[in-house]
Each structure stands twice: as structure tokens, then as C-alpha cells.
Design a protein around this ligand. Structure first.
Ligand SMILES: Cc1ncc(COP(=O)(O)O)c(C=O)c1O
Length: 433
């Protein structure tokens, strides 16, 4: 397989590359007019107390221009340079020689990624399915668990369509019922959710489906306790991890859901169209495969449930590189950094007259997804002004319950970018947009 961390930028010979590094030293250098980043080897070891200089070196692993502050991790993260390299080099390798002989190593690369994902989530490769994204993974559960008339599932109202709409559609088709529980705002605390699930479960309940961290207002759910309550009552749990995989130092051996779904292109900063479904060993006989084709995985449940036909293996290999970079930086350090940046947003915007922050300031009830209503300002105009005038990218949540803007900072953001975003919102609140 093409060595994924070897820096071989487009069109440059190794000698050109060496010359540029020598001339440029550790500084950024350019390929085809585009700024590229420092080699991953230049990333220093994470200090015990990482400072802005360290996070600046982390940012150098990404190809976003320095003047752009992207506070939108909950939607789509940039791929880091090691990921782009792995994607490019393996794609080029495969297209230079698409023979079955040359592609054997791509299958091996997929299995290597499976092991990396398993280590990352602290489970076994036998429990990992490599999917296209969270949507596909969650739908494999809502389609794959055998449910019918008389069965019931418990769902929170604040769920992504890949969970909520998917369960609703399947309930119409198969006749099971949905018990929907509210997500009050502000976050009422973990005890509220634990009690709500405990009270909702009946002898007919088969599945509890929750979102670990909501993408709307960034409510963190007490996943471990809810999974325990469900497990004690022999009810299956689906934990939508789209907003926690690659953000929190998730340990599935501790949380023990039956199923956990996630996407590579969100917080892990991996390639697009790669994701994961964890299927707990104890629950593997409770789920049918929903897609059956060739080229399944080689171990555990992937042998029966991952025959998806031809895959984009370079993207899957690049997914593994993304998790390696996060492991190198440090999972705890990433979780803490993102939360610190988010806390800054919550604190500063919470003080602005007219701004309503929907996200809990309590770090045990939120993480790095922050939503706020900027008074009466026109959201579309505000988001355009932030991007064009202040070079801040974020999500707009217009017309919805607890709508507004969403800032979701991650480990590639500098504090100065977050401060620029906050200052810009303050400016538009004072002078209009
Ligand atoms: C909570 C949640 N679940 C699922 C998804 C779907 O993710 P994907 O588009 O990667 O399938 C999202 C996307 O934003 C999300 O926020």
C-alpha cells in the first residue's frame, strides 16, 4: 500500500520536495498556488498543558487558509493533510493499477482501519462495521432489528432525521409504535433523562434510541446510565455518536450501548463517505443485515453485515489516518480544547444584551456544540456577513425550534478565531447587519 504518511505532493519529485523543505524550513510552502501544511512529523508532542503555539502547529496540519475560521465541526470538518495524502496516494495507486492483484492491499488497508477504529472506541474489530456515514449506520439498526405490531421503541424528540424520521418511517411500515420523549431547554440535567427513560420503558419496549450529543443545541445525554437502565431491562440501545465520535474520548467498553453510529467526516476529520457502526458482541444475533452483496469484511460481524459491494477503500484507509492523528494529538487534549473554546463562546455571548444562548454552560451537560439566537438579526444575512466580512464559517438554524446560529469549534481552531467570531457577533448586535 502507498505509505500514507509519506509526503508526496502533486507533481513534485522527491528532490523538488526536499529542496522546498530545505528552502522553506518548517514554514508553510505552496503546491500549485495552494498553501500546504507542514509535514506531520513536524507536529510536536502534545505538552501537558498545550498552549496556543501547540494548537497553531496542529492547525498547520490542515489546508484551510489562515484567514478563515471554520467553527462548523458539527456539520463537516476539514480533512487533515495526512488524510488527504492517504486518500490521494491510495487513489492514485489504485487507478494506476486497478488489477485484482494490486487491490489486495486495499482490502488489507480496510482491515487495518477496522482495527484502528476498534482501538479508538476501545472495543474489538469483530464488533466494527465500516459504513458510509452515521445515517447509514443508524438506518442499519432501524431496518435490521426485527420489530412489529405490539413492539415499542423510545425516542427523544430532538433527534437527527437519520434516527427520528427513519424510525417513524419504519414504524409506519412494520407496525411498531414510538414513544417520543421531550428534550426540554435549558438542559434539565442528567437525572431528568435517566428518569424519563426509566419511566418510559414498558415490557413492550425493544429499543431506546438516543443522540449522544444533540446537533441542535448541543445537549449531552447521560449515555452510560441510559444504556445501563435499558440493558437491565433487556432493551436494546442505539447511541447516535455523530457529534461525539472524534470529539469526546468515547469509551464504548464503558458506555456499553448495543449499537453506536458515527461519521468520519465530522469530528474525526477523516475522509467523506466513511463511517462506523459498532455492534456489541452480545447483540450481534439481534440484527439482520440490510445490504447484501460482495466484498464483506474479514472478521466478526463484518463478515455477514458489511458486504456492501465495491467500496472506496482509499477513503477508508484515510479514515484510519484521521484517527491516528487524533490519537497522536491526544483524545483527552482534543476533548478539553474543544470544550474550552465552546465555553468561551457560551460565556462571552451569554453576556451580550439580546443574545439567547440555548446551550448549557454546565460542562457536564454540553461539549463543543453551541447554539444561540442573536436577537432579531436576520440569520441568513448575519451568517453571510460573518463569512464575507469576518471570515467566520458557521451553521445557521433558521425557522426551527431554538433556532439561531451554531458555533462548533474543534481542535484545529485557534482561540483567536473563536474570539473573532464572538467579536463579530457583538459588533452586529450593536450596529445591525
Ligand atoms: C446527531 C446526528 N446524527 C446523524 C447525522 C448524520 O450524519 P451523516 O450525514 O454523516 O450521516 C448528523 C449530521 O449532522 C447528526 O448531527
Amino acid at each position: 500500500m502507498a505509505a500514507s504518511n509519506t509526503r508526496q505532493p502533486h507533481g513534485l519529485s522527491r528532490r523538488d520536495f526536499a529542496r522546498m523543505v530545505t528552502v522553506g524550513g518548517a514554514a508553510s510552502w505552496f503546491v500549485g498556488g495552494q498553501p500546504w501544511t507542514r509535514p506531520v512529523e513536524a507536529l510536536p508532542q502534545t505538552p501537558a498543558m498545550p498552549d496556543e503555539a501547540f494548537w497553531s502547529a496542529v492547525r498547520d496540519q490542515f489546508v484551510m487558509p489562515r484567514d478563515l475560521g471554520v467553527l462548523n465541526a458539527a456539520n463537516l470538518c476539514p480533512s487533515s493533510a495526512p488524510v488527504l495524502d492517504a486518500l490521494f496516494e491510495n487513489t492514485r495507486d489504485m487507478d494506476r493499477d486497478p488489477s485484482p492483484q494490486n487491490r489486495v492491499k486495499m482490502g488489507e488497508g480496510k482491515e487495518t482501519t477496522r482495527q484502528i477504529i476498534a482501538d479508538f472506541l476501545r472495543v474489538t474489530p469483530e464488533e466494527i462495521l465500516i459504513t458510509r456515514n452515521t445515517s447509514e449506520a443508524s438506518n442499519m439498526v432501524s431496518s435490521g432489528v426485527h420489530l412489529g405490531e405490539g413492539d415499542e421503541i423510545v425516542l427523544f424528540a430532538d433527534n437527527h432525521p437519520s434516527n427520528k424520521r427513519a424510525w417513524e418511517s419504519k414504524s409506519e411500515r412494520y407496525g411498531f409504535t414510538i414513544k417520543e420523549l421531550p428534550n426540554p431547554n435549558p438542559h434539565p440535567g442528567p437525572e431528568y433523562y435517566i428518569k424519563a427513560v426509566t419511566d418510559a420503558i414498558t415490557p413492550r419496549t425493544r429499543v431506546v434510541a438516543i443522540t449522544h450529543l444533540t446537533s441542535t443545541v448541543g445537549d449531552l445525554m447521560p449515555a452510560k446510565e441510559i444504556c445501563r437502565i435499558a440493558r437491565e431491562r433487556e432493551v436494546l440501545t442505539l447511541l447516535d455518536g455523530a457529534q461525539t465520535f472524534g470529539l469526546l474520548d468515547v469509551d464504548l467498553s464503558d458506555i456499553q450501548p448495543d449499537f453506536y453510529s458515527g461519521s468520519a467526516h465530522k469530528w474525526p476529520c477523516g475522509a467523506k463517505e466513511a463511517g462506523v457502526l459498532f455492534v456489541n458482541q452480545r447483540s450481534q444475533d439481534k440484527i439482520w443485515p440490510t445490504i447484501l452483496s460482495a466484498y464483506s469484511g474479514r472478521v466478526g460481524i463484518s463478515r455477514t453485515h458489511e458486504g456492501f459491494g465495491q467500496r472506496d477503500e482509499p477513503a477508508i484507509i484515510a479514515f484510519g489516518e484521521a484517527l491516528k492523528l487524533q490519537t497522536k494529538v491526544g483524545r483527552q487534549a482534543i476533548e478539553k480544547r474543544s470544550q474550552q473554546l465552546a465555553q468561551l463562546v457560551i460565556k462571552e455571548l451569554g453576556r451580550v444584551d439580546g443574545v439567547t444562548v440555548w446551550t448549557s454552560p454546565d460542562p457536564s451537560r454540553s461539549s463543543a456544540v453551541v447554539s444561540f439566537l442573536p436577537g432579531n438579526l436576520d440569520l441568513r444575512k448575519l451568517s453571510a456577513a460573518l463569512y464575507e466580512n469576518d471570515r467566520i464559517a458557521c451553521a445557521t438554524r433558521g425557522g426551527q425550534d431554538r433556532g439561531g446560529l451554531r458555533f462548533s469549534p474543534h481542535f484545529y481552531n485557534l482561540q483567536s478565531e473563536v474570539e473573532r467570531g464572538i467579536a463579530a457577533v457583538k459588533k452586529y448586535m450593536a450596529q445591525g447587519v
